[in-house]
Structure formats: C-alpha cells, structure tokens
Design a protein around this ligand. Structure first.
Ligand code: ASP
Length: 443
C-alpha cells in the first residue's frame, strides 16, 4: 500500500531515548513507516523521576571544570549511560575515542555549549548505528551567525540541498555551529527546533514530535482529572494556549514548520497507537465539531483599573498610559477597555516594589478620576476556533462560573473570536477551570 505521507521527520524527546529499551521502541516506530526518513534525537532524558538527564550531567561537568573542580566522576556517569545503551541494544559500536575527545576538551576548558551538545551528538551516533541510517553531525548543517543567532536562510538552503540527495539520516537536535567552527546550542528543549528546521528543509508532509504524552489535553490534568485529549488544534489556538502556560513543545519550534504549512503531530512513544494531537494551519478538510479546543490559565497577574470621565472622546489617553509602561520598560499582558475605563493587566512579579511609582506616573500622565490596583488575579483563556459564529458560548462560560459563585473581574475577547480571557481571583482559579471544562464536556 502506498503511504499517504511520503516524508516524515520524526523527533524523539529525551524520555523516548532514555535507555536501550526506550530506544528500541523508537526504532520500531521508525521502521513501522518507510516515510520516517529523517530522525532528530534528543539526549537521553530521565529513566525515572529522580534520574538526571544526560544534558544536565554534561552541564554539570562543564560547571565543575570551569570552577576547577573534579568533573571526571560525573563524566563517567555519562559514559556509563551510553555504554549501557550500546550493550543493551547489542551494538558493536565503540564510543571510547569520542569520550576521550570530550574529556580532552573538558580538560582544556571547552565552552558550555560544546559540552552540553555532546548529549545529542552521542545519542545520534548510537541511534544511527542501531537503525542503520546515515549520521549527519548537526554542526555541519545547522548554522548560527557570529552573534550566535540562528541563521535560518543559510541553514535551510544548505540543508534542503543536502537532504534532497539522501534516503535517510539521523541529525542530532539542540545544536549547530558558528562561522568560526564553535558549537552553539539552542535554549533548553531545543531539539524540537532542530526537528522543525529539518522538517522545513525537506518540506516534510508531517513533523512528528514523539514524547511521553499523547499530545495536548484540553486542560491541565492536575486540575481536571482525565481531561479530553485535543485531537486537532490550529497554530493560532496553540499560540493562545501556550501563552497561558500549556507546554509540550518548545515555542520557537513552531515557526519553521508553520511558515512552510507543515502539520505537527505530537505522539507518545510509549503508546504509539494513540493518534496524539495534530497541529495545523487550518482545519479545512478535517471533521471537527468541538466548540472549545482548550482551557489554560496562569496565576500571578495584577490589574490596574483606570477611570476617567469622557476618556472615550479625549484623544491620546491610552497612548499616554501605555507610554508610562514603555518608559519604564514594562510590557503589559492585556488591555481590556470600556467607555470611560481602561484596564492594564500585568505580571505581578514585574511590578513588585514599583507599584507606587507606576500609579504615580499614570496619575501624572492622565489625571484619572479613579485609579486602583488589584493583585492576586488569575487569567483563564478559553480557546476554540469553534467559538466564532457560535452564539451562546460566552453565555455558557459565564453562566457556569456564576453557578459556582465565581466573580469574574475582567473579560477580554480577542477580535478573532478565538478566545475569551477571563480574570478571576487566584483562589477560584482551579474551580473556574473545572466548571468551564464540565460545561462543555458533560456526556
Ligand atoms: N537535551 C536538551 C535539553 O535537555 C535539548 C532537548 O532535549 O530538546 O534541554
């Protein structure tokens, strides 16, 4: 049977590659579909809760070496983990000369990024040997500029030409090189980004991101027991949800595939038959009837309420308020406004100890009739492309909250009709999420 997806890029996270048994599962997944031609591995992650990720062990080696301490015992742990994988997989591979090179460089004071990147490099070597794919060092294909910024154009041009001639390859995640030949890593969790870059370079039909959960849940399972999985979500919805704290993917990994219109499929290495979550530009052609896609939220916000009679007809009031924030270098989160009122929602941590200064500056800028600051606010985003043009959704959300006696202190609906943002007191946060969830999910 011809496979529907000709080229898939499969990125495997650290827990998927934590030991030989996990690596075998990844290999089975890769072999199950010939379209999985390009594979991007992370470094071995935790095997159990108290375990330490190889990347953290390596960063620790670097820190010890930089402080003149004894890094060798920690590095030996790293060696033991890889050697355990090699023997567990029954491979002939011998990485001792690689270990010797890294130790030599550590002794010479190698930079942090070089040391941290070795986790992916060594794991890539093992995975490539195990599945019989070509190994391509990310240092040769992922480029950063002299300032350490990722060079997307150079990388994409080079990588797409190179991979066009390859049947398959393993390209380690997380790092690349600078023009002087040094190694540079992305921020933590950055193998997701490499996977997206590779997917774009080969114009993959699908970017699969294999991890230890079966995709996104409709809300945080620590708040709602067994929430419904999200089968399909658009990039825009995901942006809203992850802004509010829902994380599975590295934020920056969205961009390369989004511009290329490549869908992402979050999958679970431990439950490969679960379909996971599909992230797409548009849901056209998919059957979806959910009104709400997800509910996410965060605590730790404050709101400054500003009232000024005739604010509506006076020009420049909002601009002067916002200039106060720009002048002190503070970004705001939301800006709901009424006829004579305006609210500025900010992160409480950002204004801590500066409350008087900020209120004073606003008073001076616009002489408001009333100005107050309320802390302990939690924001909840109810996100769903299905809300657009669906009358009664907001009313269901607010009726559900009212039934529980929860006071809503702020409402902001984006013009896209993609989300409703609700401010409640931090103490009501969990109850609010639960009651909105059950409003849209009772059988
Ligand atoms: N190994 C790196 C980290 O732990 C990168 C990754 O896993 O994506 O952050």
């Amino acid at each position: 049977m011809k496979n529907l997806y000709e080229v898939k890029v499969a990125k495997f996270g650290g827990s998927s590659l934590a030991d030989a048994a996990q690596m075998k599962k990844c290999a089975d997944i890769i072999k199950a579909e010939p379209s999985r031609r390009f594979v991007v591995p992370s470094a071995p992650g935790k095997r159990f809760r108290e375990d330490v990720k190889v990347t953290d062990l390596l960063i620790n080696c670097f820190a010890l070496s930089a402080a003149g301490g004894d890094w060798l015992p920690v590095f030996e742990e790293v060696e033991a983990r890889y050697n355990g994988m090699i023997s567990g997989l029954g491979l002939e591979l011998d990485l001792s000369s690689e270990f010797a090179t890294i130790k030599q460089k550590l002794a010479e004071g190698a930079p942090r990024d070089y040391v941290a990147s070795r986790g992916e490099y060594l794991n890539g070597r093992i995975l490539a040997a195990y599945i019989g794919y070509e190994f391509i060092d990310a240092a040769d294909v992922i480029f950063f500029d002299n300032e350490g910024r990722f060079d997307a154009t150079k990388t994409n041009n080079f990588l797409s030409d190179l991979l066009a001639g390859k049947e398959n390859a393993v390209i380690p995640g997380f790092y690349g090189s600078t023009p002087d030949g040094g190694i540079k890593t992305f921020s933590r969790g950055g193998s997701d980004i490499t996977g997206a870059i590779v997917a774009r370079a080969v114009m993959a039909d699908m970017y699969e991101n294999w991890t230890d959960v079966s995709g996104f849940m409709m809300c945080d399972p620590r708040i709602v027991e067994n929430p419904r999985p999200i089968k399909i979500v658009t990039y825009r919805e995901l942006r809203e949800l992850s802004y509010m704290g829902a994380t599975v993917l590295h934020e920056e990994s969205i961009f390369p595939v989004k511009v290329a219109g490549i869908p992402i499929n979050i999958r679970n290495t431990n439950r490969p038959s679960d379909i996971g979550t599909l992230i797409v530009n548009s849901t056209e052609g998919f059957r979806t009837d959910e009104i709400i896609t997800g509910i996410a939220g965060k605590k730790g916000f404050s709101v400054i309420r500003i009232e000024k009679d005739m604010m509506n007809s006076e020009t420049g009031v909002a601009m002067r308020v916002l200039k106060v924030f720009a002048d002190i270098g503070l970004s705001f989160e939301h800006l709901p406004s009424g006829i004579d009122t305006m609210c500025v929602v900010i992160n409480s941590a950002d204004i801590k100890g500066r409350e008087r200064e900020i209120l004073g500056a606003i008073s001076k800028a616009i002489s408001p009739d009333n100005l107050e600051l309320e802390g302990s606010l939690a924001l909840i985003a109810v996100v769903g492309r299905g809300m657009a043009g669906m009358p009664g959704t907001a009313s269901r959300v607010f009726t559900a909250l009212a039934r529980e006696g929860i006071n809503v202190s702020m409402i902001d609906q984006g013009s896209s009709e993609l989300n409703i943002i609700i401010g409640v007191h931090e103490d009501s946060f969990e109850t609010a999420i639960r009651c909105i969830y059950s409003e849209f999910n009772h059988e």
